[in-house]
Design a protein around this ligand. Structure first.
Ligand SMILES: *Cc1c(COP(=O)(O)O)cnc(C)c1O
Length: 362
C-alpha cells in the first residue's frame, strides 16, 4: 500500500489510524457480527456511538451546557438555508448581516435573501478576498437577527484571527474548514457549524453547535428536517441519519483526544503552516496569495512569478506523491490544505519539493 500526502481542500485526508480502525471494525463492529453501516440508528450500539461523539465534542471543543450538538443532513451549504429558516425571524425585520470574505459567505447571503434581507457590513471582494475586512461595529444594530461569518476561507486562504464582538446579535460562524483545529470560546457564538469533510469525517453531514435560545425562532414553513429544534429534541434521529459518518467522526475525535486535544493540535497546525509560509517569504520564485496578517493556518494559497509553470508544478508534485495542490479556479495558483490529519512530514516534503522545483526552474 502506498499513500500520498493529500493536500486536497475537501473531502480531505483523514488520519491513517482512523481509516485503519474503521477498516478493522468494518465487518464485525466490536464483536457484534455486523457492520456499523448495517445496524439501526436506534440500536444500543449506535446510541453509544452518538453519545460518545457528543461527549468528545463537549470535552474537546469546550461546549457549554446551554448549547446543543446537532448532526444535520446536507453538509455545510444546507446550513446556508437552514440558518435563516431557523433564526432570521428572531427580529421582526428579518435582517441578516454578513461580512463577505469569499465564495462561501456570498452563497450564504444569497440563501438568506430568500427568507429576509441579507446586508453586507463589509467585503473584501475588491481585492479578490485576499484579506478579512473590518466592519464598523456601529452598523451591527440590535435589529439584525444574526451576523454570519466564514471563519476560515478555504478557497482564498484567509481566516479570522480574532472574532468580532457582536453584543446582542448572535454570531454565526461557518467553520467548515477549521473546526477543531484551533482553540475557541464557544460562548461567543450563537451557532458554529461545519461540514464534516475537511477536518472531521466524510462529506454530506454537518455538525451544528447552537445556543439553546436560538431553537425557538424557526419560520413556520421550515421543513421538518431543516428545523434545528427537531434535531435537538430527537437527538438528530428524527429520521435515519448518516450513521456511518457519525461513527467516523467519533473515531476522528478519539484520535484528536489521543493527540492531546485541540490546544496541542493548534500548536502543531501553526508550526506546519509557519514552515510553508516562512519558506514562501524567504525567496521570490513563489509568493503568498493572501495578505500576510490574514493568512489561514489550514489552507496555504500561493502562486509563482512564472505562472505558466503552474501546470508542471502541480503535475510533478503529484508524481512525487504530493497530491491535489492545484488552487481553486476563482483564485488560481496553488493551494496546500493542511488540516489536522496532515502530518508535519507532509509539509516538510512539500517545502523540499518547492525548493527543488524553484532551483530547476528559477
Ligand atoms: C467546503 C466548504 C463548504 C461547503 O461544504 P458542503 O458540505 O459541500 O456544502 C462551505 N463552507 C466552507 C467554509 C467550506 O470550506
Amino acid at each position: 500500500m502506498s499513500r500520498v500526502y493529500n493536500f486536497g481542500a475537501g473531502p480531505a485526508m483523514l488520519p491513517l489510524e482512523v481509516m485503519e480502525k474503521a477498516q478493522q471494525e468494518f465487518l464485525d463492529y466490536r464483536g457484534m457480527g455486523a457492520s456499523v453501516i448495517e445496524i439501526s440508528h436506534r440500536s444500543k450500539e449506535f446510541d453509544a456511538i452518538i453519545n460518545r461523539t457528543d461527549e468528545l465534542l463537549i470535552e474537546l471543543a469546550g461546549i457549554p451546557d446551554n448549547y446543543k450538538i446537532l448532526y444535520v443532513h446536507g453538509g455545510a451549504q444546507m446550513q446556508f438555508s437552514a440558518i435563516p429558516l431557523n433564526i432570521i425571524n428572531r427580529q421582526p425585520d428579518r435582517k441578516a448581516a454578513f461580512v463577505q470574505t469569499g465564495a462561501w459567505s456570498v452563497k450564504a447571503a444569497k440563501e438568506a435573501g430568500r427568507y429576509g434581507t441579507a446586508i453586507d457590513l463589509a467585503s473584501s471582494k475588491d481585492s479578490n478576498f485576499n484579506y478579512i475586512p473590518d466592519f464598523d461595529p456601529a452598523t451591527l444594530t440590535d435589529d439584525f437577527s444574526y451576523l454570519h461569518i466564514t471563519s476560515n476561507n478555504t478557497l482564498f486562504g484567509t481566516r479570522w484571527h480574532e472574532f468580532p464582538e457582536t453584543g446582542n446579535v448572535p454570531l454565526v460562524a461557518d467553520m467548515t474548514s477549521e473546526f477543531m483545529s484551533r482553540k475557541l470560546d464557544v460562548s461567543k457564538f450563537g451557532i458554529i457549524f461545519a461540514g464534516l469533510q475537511k477536518n472531521l469525517g466524510p462529506a454530506g453531514l454537518a455538525v451544528v453547535i447552537i445556543r439553546e435560545d436560538l431553537l425557538e425562532h424557526a419560520l413556520p414553513e421550515t421543513p421538518g428536517l431543516l428545523t434545528y429544534k427537531t434535531y435537538a429534541d430527537q437527538h438528530s434521529l428524527a429520521n435515519t441519519n448518516n450513521t456511518f459518518a457519525i461513527y467516523l467522526m467519533s473515531l476522528v475525535m478519539e484520535w484528536l483526544k489521543e493527540q492531546g486535544g485541540v490546544a496541542a493540535m493548534e500548536e502543531r497546525n501553526e508550526a506546519k503552516a509557519k514552515l510553508i509560509y516562512d519558506y514562501i517569504d524567504s525567496q521570490d520564485f513563489y509568493y503568498g496569495t493572501a495578505q500576510a496578517a490574514h493568512r489561514s493556518v489550514m489552507n496555504v494559497t500561493f502562486n509563482m512569478q512564472k505562472e505558466d509553470l503552474l501546470g508542471d508544478f502541480v503535475a510533478q508534485a503529484e508524481a512525487a506523491g504530493l497530491y491535489a495542490l492545484k488552487g481553486h479556479r476563482d483564485v488560481g495558483g496553488a493551494r496546500a490544505s493542511i488540516y489536522n490529519a496532515m502530518p508535519m512530514a507532509g509539509c516538510e516534503a512539500l517545502v523540499a519539493f518547492m525548493k527543488e522545483f524553484a532551483a530547476k526552474n528559477g
